[in-house]
Design a protein around this ligand. Structure first.
Ligand code: CUA
Length: 337
């Protein structure tokens, strides 16, 4: 029975701690900023736990002591009063030292975070929209400027500067495994420097309530070796792949004739809308609708057929399409790798 209780306890603890790991956890840092913050979290938590235990002991001891009855309650014992005063003064002094110490630690941690961006080679502008992320890679050569959505590729091991802004309401950019959070505010440009130590995929989440689909405003940082990242950028700069099958060709025609073009851009075609995600290479992304659905033919069809069912309140309207028309558009989009 005792053994069983131990097994249950160990399982519960393991499952509990499992929640601290993974691709979206401030306690599982994968970059210098997140490591600094995780260290700070553990130190603050540890120190505060020690203080809490000491306060509880200081409270419990007098509560459990048997009260001493004074023969003369009104006579003041000067020695005892002095001892009490010393204990209180020591506690006040220690509290001040701890608070000043924690403030200094936070200050130096901030300096460490600021130093990450001292030599950034890459600048990415991230614009928050209800409810997706516009991602624009800046470059001195205008033809190399790249706009995509929701997934942010970065070179691993290199500091990257993110310029954060918004077109509608306040959002907050948070990829816990890499960095702290920072707001995206309309009319303002906030700067967040991030770095991923190793290649990997790190999930991010909008961290400021921004309307009905706040919870479905996910993002992914995809850190890759430099060569792979450069190849990705070059691929993304290419215009959209031309449709190869008859069905996909019909889909392209439909896309260009229907309201889709009012909002979406597909490079190399007349579709040039900029209020919704750029679809030039949509099929190269891993998810749809800012992390709401995984990329697949079925999910593309579901999303286009019933965006309000998938993501109620989203600004993607229902476009009236027959079954064949829907299949054709999906076949076209599926080819946009
Ligand atoms: Cu965007 Cu919450």
């Amino acid at each position: 029975m005792k053994r069983l209780a131990w097994i249950a306890f160990a399982t519960a603890i393991t499952l509990f701690l499992q929640g601290c790991a993974g691709w979206q956890s401030a306690l599982d840092p994968k970059g210098p900023a997140a490591s600094e913050l995780a260290w700070l979290i553990w130190f603050f938590t540890g120190l505060c736990a020690v203080v809490w235990v000491l306060v509880m002991i200081a409270l419990a001891v007098p509560l459990t002591m048997r009260p001493r009855l004074h023969a003369e309650p009104l006579v003041i014992d000067a020695g005892a009063e002095n001892r009490k005063l010393r204990v209180v003064m020591t506690a006040v002094g220690l509290t001040a030292v701890i608070l000043v110490g924690l403030t200094l630690l936070s200050f130096f941690a901030n300096r460490t975070l600021a130093a990450i961006g001292s030599d950034t080679a890459l600048t990415i502008r991230v614009t928050g929209h209800q409810w997706w992320w516009e991602v624009r890679y800046e470059d001195a050569t205008p033809s190399r400027i790249l706009t995509t959505a929701n997934e942010i590729h970065i070179p691993a091991g290199e500091p990257v500067r993110l310029l954060l802004t918004s077109t509608d309401v306040i959002h907050s950019f948070w990829v816990p495994s890499l960095s702290g959070k920072l707001d995206l505010i309309p009319g303002r440009m906030n700067v967040l420097d991030i770095k991923a130590d190793k290649p990997g995929i790190y999930r991010g989440q909008c961290a400021e309530f921004c309307g009905a689909q706040h919870a479905n405003m996910g993002t992914f940082i995809i850190a890759e070796p430099r060569a792979k990242f450069d190849a990705w950028w070059n691929d993304q700069l290419q215009p959209a792949a031309a449709p190869t099958s008859d069905e996909a060709k019909a889909g392209e025609n439909l896309f260009l004739k229907r309201p889709c073009v009012m909002c979406h851009k597909i490079g190399g075609t007349p579709a040039g809308g900029t209020v919704a995600p750029d679809l030039t290479h949509i099929a190269s992304r891993q998810t749809l609708a800012a992390g709401t659905l995984t990329m697949s033919r079925g999910n593309l069809a579901a999303w286009i057929a019933d965006p309000q069912g998938v993501k109620p309140g989203s600004h993607m309207p229902v476009v009236d399409l027959s079954g064949d028309e829907l299949n054709a558009i999906v076949a076209y989009l599926e080819g946009l790798k």
